[in-house]
Design a protein around this ligand. Structure first.
Ligand code: TV7
Ligand code: CA
Ligand code: ZN
Length: 390
């Protein structure tokens, strides 16, 4: 069961600088190491930065130039509303800053090391895709799992010419494009709490990429897209309400997501494993434990057995995200003794786990007093809607 893991000291060093997830990459990686999983991988993908040209395969050239250097080389006038005549703005037109134009503010501020960060994170996903592309047809035909993992990837909100929602470049779209050089049909599954709008937009008109996102959906909830009726042939949006439980998440997977996969018959799969739906996440929206992620990753990897690219995503309780992704890694590797793991092994960040008595399994921390607003009737309504569409 070949499972490859994207890693380099540089990747972890720079991924750690992401303002929304400072220090997360090193904690995730160190926990995976501490469970002895490094020796179980079929290969370690030694991640190197990708090139500017690689990023331009999906992104706008001027946007990338600005992101990497702080200057897009264009005359500011041509990007403000300067195209229209001045009179139409009655003399009070505010020039739009380049930062605002490219979304490089608020949720996505520039930071030290940004250029290296985007080249490494996108490079990691591209190298993972290359690993799957270079599998021999005889390997692919084998009845075994075939996986590449980049837990620093999964930047699903980034657009062709703009950063959005903590995402600077869309490594997922680059990875899907690369996979498509060998695999005809690619299924994208987005388990992050938020709607995978950047991936949906990129492939909305392609019959070869089907994008399935389950997410929190409510007026005012970021990014605001992904309603059920925005579903089309290659886009499946599964909107959910507050307090989603493991039982409901698994039910959505077993009914809707599995059926959409059967219908599409993909040749490869890409998964965004955002952990911001966990019960103790800062965002406090869904109410999930690690066990639903473990179950879903195990099903996708070890039951579907298609070439699979596993990516990260959100996750704002750093130590629970590390726990969850370590368990998902063990599930992908099909490590049977993971069921017996109860304690955090001694490692560099061991002391940070003191609050939970150094325990791994903190499943009991689901919010027991929080109702799952996704009622049986609501889940039935969703399942019926998608079934009738197929
Ligand atoms: C994939 N929610 C990314 C999810 C991106 C969510 C948002 C914040 C947030 C930003 C902060 C901050 C925050 C505690 C939470 C409408 C706004 C409101 C910026 C201040 N604390 C992923 C993006 C989402 C920034 N954005 O899917 C600095 O929460 O709701 C919004 C947009 C306008 C901009 N302002 C927030 O998980 C990786 N942001 C603290 C400091
Ligand atoms: Ca999602
Ligand atoms: Zn998210």
């Amino acid at each position: 069961m070949p499972v490859a893991y994207a890693y380099s000291e540089e990747l972890i060093e720079y991924a750690d600088k992401l303002p929304s997830n400072k220090g997360r990459a090193s904690r995730v990686n160190a926990l995976i190491e501490s469970f002895g999983l490094m020796d179980k991988f079929d290969g370690i993908i030694r991640v190197k930065p990708c090139t500017q040209a690689d990023l331009e395969k999906y992104h706008d050239k001027n946007f990338i130039k600005f992101l990497l250097t702080g200057d897009d080389g264009l005359d500011a006038e041509s990007e403000t509303e300067g195209e229209e005549s001045d009179e139409s703005y009655e003399g009070k037109d505010e020039p739009v800053s380049k930062e605002a134009l490219y979304g490089l503010h608020y949720d996505c501020p520039p930071f030290d090391g940004l250029e290296k960060y985007v080249k490494l994170v996108a490079g990691a996903t591209l190298q993972c895709a290359d690993y799957l592309v270079s599998l021999l047809d005889t390997d692919i035909a084998q009845n075994t799992s075939k996986v590449a993992i980049n837990w620093t990837g999964g930047r699903h909100h980034a657009k062709r010419a703009a950063c959005s929602g903590f995402c600077y470049v869309n490594d997922i779209n680059l990875g899907i494009q690369r996979l498509r050089t060998k695999f005809d049909k690619v299924l994208y599954v987005d388990l992050d709490l938020h709607h995978g709008d950047g991936v949906e937009t990129a492939f909305a008109y392609s019959d070869k990429v089907k994008s399935v996102s389950v997410h929190r959906y409510e007026r005012g909830f970021f990014p605001g897209t992904g309603g059920m009726n925005t579903t089309s042939r290659s886009v499946v949006n599964i909107p959910t309400k507050y307090g989603l439980s493991d039982k409901s998440f698994i039910q959505i997977f077993d009914t809707i997501i599995v059926a959409e996969k059967e219908d599409f018959q993909p040749d490869a799969v890409v998964v965004t494993t955002g952990c911001d739906g966990l019960a103790r996440d800062e965002l406090r929206e869904w109410n999930l434990s690690f066990s639903s992620f473990e179950y879903i990753i195990d099903q996708i990897v070890n039951s579907w057995k298609l070439p699979t690219l596993l990516l990260g995503g959100g996750g704002y309780h750093t130590l629970d995200t590390a726990r969850c992704l370590a368990i998902c890694t063990a599930a992908a590797l099909n490590v049977p003794d993971r069921k017996q793991w109860v304690e955090i092994p001694m490692h560099d960040y061991f002391n940070e786990y003191v609050k939970d008595n150094y325990s791994l399994r903190v499943e009991s921390h689901v919010r027991h007093n929080t109702p799952d607003e996704n009622s049986e009737e609501y889940l039935k309504k969703l399942a019926d809607y998608f079934e009738h569409r197929r």
